[in-house]
Design a protein around this ligand. Structure first.
Ligand code: SAM
Length: 187
């Protein structure tokens, strides 16, 4: 297929904005695939702050980064992304949210609309102008539709002077393919 799923698109947007030396945030590090990807983009002089509420997720991510020689570029933080402002005190270029539960983990430990929207608002304050927040929203199946519904109700209320919000989704494919939301900070 030429058209890409939400996760692949999220990486394409990340590649568009992130440059060597940048600071970025992985808001949901999970099994560490995205953290490793982002660590590759920021290069040796950049930084990735990666959050997860599961110690196990941070352990898996740590091992993955170590095996790939990229741990020194990353700060792994055992706290919710809604608290990111307590740990990051410099402008960031990109914040990636890969929502839902950790594949292979406990499906009941998953992201929630209320905390995700708080984190998005906090992330907007940390972003540089024209920096991006990218959300991959899973829905259906174990995760249900709650977080999707919450976010799709709340995100259109973001101030259009401060942020442009774009949503992309497949509208006819089966099995509830994830939705991509990109938010660009305008001012
Ligand atoms: N990016 C991951 C990867 O590359 O493997 C996948 C992330 S997984 C879909 C979602 C993760 O979000 C889970 O590991 C879960 O523990 C975590 N999570 C849930 N609530 C969170 C919160 N408030 N702050 C940070 N992480 C959270």
């Amino acid at each position: 297929m030429i058209l890409q799923q939400a996760l692949a698109q999220s990486h394409e947007y990340a590649k568009k904005v992130v440059r060597e030396g940048d600071t970025v945030i992985d808001a949901t590090c999970g099994n560490g695939h995205d953290t490793l990807f982002l660590a590759g983009l920021v290069g040796d002089s950049g930084k990735v702050y990666a959050f997860d509420i599961q110690k196990e997720a941070l352990g898996i991510t740590r091992k993955r980064l170590l095996e790939n020689g990229m741990l020194h570029r990353c700060f792994l933080i055992p706290d919710g992304h809604q608290n990111m402002h307590r740990y990051v005190n410099q402008p960031v270029k990109l914040v990636l949210f890969n929502l839902g539960y950790r594949p292979g983990g406990d499906h009941s430990i998953c992201t929630r609309g209320e905390t995700t929207i708080k984190a998005v608002e906090t992330a907007l304050n940390l972003l540089v102008v024209h920096g991006l927040i990218v959300l991959v929203i899973y829905h259906g199946g174990d995760t249900g539709f709650e977080e999707r519904d919450y976010l799709l109700k709340a995100l259109p209320d973001l101030n259009p002077k401060k942020a442009a919000v774009m949503m992309t989704s497949f509208i006819n494919l089966p099995n509830n393919p994830p939705i991509l939301v990109c938010i660009e900070k305008l001012g």
